[in-house]
Design a protein around this ligand. Structure first.
Ligand code: ADP
Ligand code: MG
Length: 253
């Protein structure tokens, strides 16, 4: 078993989702989602396209509203109260398929924007923190370039560093390597592996099943808006229970 997969998980709850349902208009996109995430867990979410993976991830930091059930992040109930939403977003970092960097700002300015303007961190301090995380993702030499001058893999690492600058307690990833050329996938996965090894609580939607085997302590399979099956990677891949999971795995492995 790989190092990361042996990491300890705490018994403290990071995210608690109970009987959560969401509709887009009349379309019932998430059905009766129950999920407890403990601090230090590395969860991989997989499932067919359209199964609701992105919607679930987006509900957790209130980019989408849910209509029934509850979501608690670090003990804070996600309600329509803006104060709670701010608090939750400050604890939850997010990294998408498309990096969403500001093209007209330097890498350093992309990283310091939110700390300076949202957190009121003094500029010098924000820049020190930004450089620290750029070193962590191994591109401190790119600090003064613009996003368009970087490769896709480098841009995604900037996006991860940008999230880390806000000191999140939980990181959500939504297919962070899906838009990358194959040779760049590994450098982004390596960054995620390092984060995992440092104990970050992570929820990752990804098709990288090698990453799931190596890093995840739990793999969740979603289909048609439901959590169909979840298990530790070994069991999940070697002994899938539901025919839907079996079919999905037979198609991707
Ligand atoms: P996945 O990430 O698993 O591919 P999504 O969460 O993106 O799935 O989408 C789940 C379902 O919800 C899909 O059928 C998709 O077409 C639909 N959907 C996603 N976003 C919206 C939206 N903003 N409005 C209406 N339907 C949506
Ligand atoms: Mg998606």
């Amino acid at each position: 078993m790989a190092e990361a997969a042996k990491l300890k998980v705490s018994d403290q709850v990071a995210i608690s989702i109970q009987n959560m349902n969401k509709w887009y208009g009349s379309f019932h996109v998430l059905r009766d989602i129950d999920l407890t995430v403990y601090q230090g867990e590395r969860i991989v979410i997989c499932g067919p396209s359209g199964s609701g993976k992105s919607t679930l991830i987006r509900c957790i930091n209130a980019l989408e509203e849910h209509q029934k059930g509850s979501i608690e992040v670090d003990g804070t109930l996600l309600s329509s109260d803006l104060k709670n939403i701010d608090k939750i977003r400050s604890e939850v970092g997010m990294c998408f398929q498309h990096f969403n960097l500001f093209p007209h700002l330097s890498i350093l300015d992309n990283l310091t924007l939110a700390p300076i303007w949202v957190r009121k961190t003094p500029k010098k301090e924000a820049e020190e923190v930004a450089m620290h995380y750029l070193e962590k993702v191994k591109i401190p030499d790119q600090a003064n370039k613009f996003p368009g001058q970087l490769s896709g893999g480098q841009q995604q690492r900037v996006a991860i560093a940008r999230s880390l600058c806000m000191k999140p307690r939980i990181m959500l990833f939504d297919e962070p390597t899906s838009a990358l050329d194959p040779e760049m996938i590994k450098e982004v996965l390596d960054t995620m592996i390092e984060l995992a090894e440092e104990g970050m609580t992570m929820l990752c939607v990804t098709h990288e099943m090698g990453f799931a085997r190596q890093v995840a302590n739990r793999v969740i399979f979603m289909d048609e808006g439901q959590i169909v099956e979840q298990n530790e990677p070994e069991e999940f891949f070697n002994n899938p229970q539901s025919p839907r999971t079996q079919l999905f795995l037979s198609q991707i492995l």
